[in-house]
Design a protein around this ligand. Structure first.
Ligand SMILES: [Mg+2]
Length: 387
């Protein structure tokens, strides 16, 4: 099991770097993207500009005072959104467990990638290399055990770097930072903390809980005390489009007969299993969709106790759901979805009538298929049709 499976991926000066792709004369000089009118505000500043004190949210006039050579480029949010979509597509090609925070920032839970990568750090480096080679953009990645630590790690890795904070070193890393890095610490809280003599997270950790609650209020005081100790139980919540994996097929000729429909379902279960295993995910809910010859469409779902990712389980559940439908033919379309996804945990828990032997078979099948391709091994029942 990976100890630090949470990644925070953050693009470096995103708007500026997208502008630099279109106009290479912007490279290596102080550049900001933002409003150029009298009331304009900076949206993003290059690192060369930051060295002069240029910051996002700063009025453009003030930024030009701080950095007279600053090139200010008007923002083109349509283009940033297009590039953002490509960044997120790339992230989701690693795992569906991607939680977007803004156009250029996301948390990933890469627990499911243990079969494909040696470590979360390797995943992070592959992501950075992919963003660099496919989009031509720099990014930074933090690798840690929790969201908070991953975010702080990527911040300290910037620009164009990766930082791994091992679980055993996270308190030490956290305590070296100013208290203002903690989520929820705005200017008002910062002022209250300053009165307590708190500058760093380390100072914060030494304030007695009662004192903290008295000066910051109970909720905030408790939250900060927990964060200062590195406690953060927030999970990566994948964006809605990634919450399920599904496969479906519309047949050229309507399917008739329990055997034929059963075989088609088995093939779908198989495809779904491949997709789940490739992503390292299991689903707790299996949904069957059936469209009949007359276009009537019904869905049936079942939530199971232990999450599944194998075709044997998926096709059994799909078959049971199919049996619940009264009239089952002719069938025009079949779909199968796994939802309530979570990273697959291996080794799995043992059931009484353990399917562990089948797990091994399925694992072996999976390995062969990922090496030799989809069609290398399939359930014997499918071979009759086209194998
Ligand atoms: Mg960013």
């Amino acid at each position: 099991v990976w100890e630090e499976p949470i990644l925070h991926v953050d693009m470096d000066s995103f708007f500026v770097e997208v502008e630099r792709l279109a106009d290479p004369t912007l490279r290596g000089i102080p550049v900001a993207v933002g409003g150029t009118g009298p009331r304009g505000v900076i949206a993003s500043a290059s690192y060369e500009a930051r060295a002069f004190g240029v910051r996002s949210a700063q009025p453009t006039a003030m930024a030009l005072q701080a950095c007279p050579g600053l090139r200010v480029v008007p923002s083109d949010h349509g283009r940033y959104a297009e590039v953002s979509i490509r960044v997120f597509e790339l992230l989701r090609s690693f795992t569906p467990m991607v939680e977007g925070l803004s156009v250029d920032e996301a948390f990933l839970d890469v627990s499911g990638l243990r079969r494909h990568h040696r470590s979360p750090v390797e995943v992070g480096e592959d992501i950075r290399a992919g963003i660099r080679s496919e989009l031509g953009l720099p990014s930074s990645v933090g690798v840690a055990a929790t969201k908070l630590m991953a975010k702080l790690a990527s911040e300290s890795a910037k620009p164009d770097g990766l930082r791994h904070v091992p679980r055993s070193g996270q308190v030490e890393f956290l305590h070296s930072l100013p208290a203002s890095v903690l989520p929820g610490v705005g200017p008002a809280t910062q002022a209250a903390l300053a009165k307590l003599g708190v500058e760093t997270v380390s100072d914060l950790a030494q304030v007695p809980p009662a004192t903290m609650e008295r000066s910051l209020g109970r909720a905030m005081g408790r939250q900060l005390a927990g964060l200062a100790a590195g406690i953060d139980n927030r999970k990566v919540e994948p964006d809605s489009e990634a919450k399920s994996l599904s496969v479906e097929e519309t047949f050229d000729l309507d399917l008739e007969g329990v055997e034929v429909i059963g075989s088609a379902l088995l093939a779908l279960a198989h495809r779904l299993s491949v997709r789940l295993r490739r992503s390292g995910l299991s689903g707790r809910t299996v949904t069957l969709k059936v469209r009949f010859g007359d276009f009537r469409t019904v869905t049936r779902s079942r939530t199971i106790e232990g999450p599944v990712d194998g075709w044997r389980d998926l096709s059994r559940i799909a078959g049971e759901l199919l049996a619940e439908l009264d009239a089952i033919e002719p069938v025009r379309l079949l779909g199968l979805a796994a939802t309530t996804l979570e990273p697959s945990s291996r080794p799995r828990q043992l059931d009484i009538d353990s399917s562990q032997g089948w797990d091994r078979v399925e694992d072996a099948v999976f390995e062969v298929r990922s090496r030799y391709g989809e069609r290398a091994i399939r359930p014997a029942r499918l071979l009759d049709e086209d194998g």
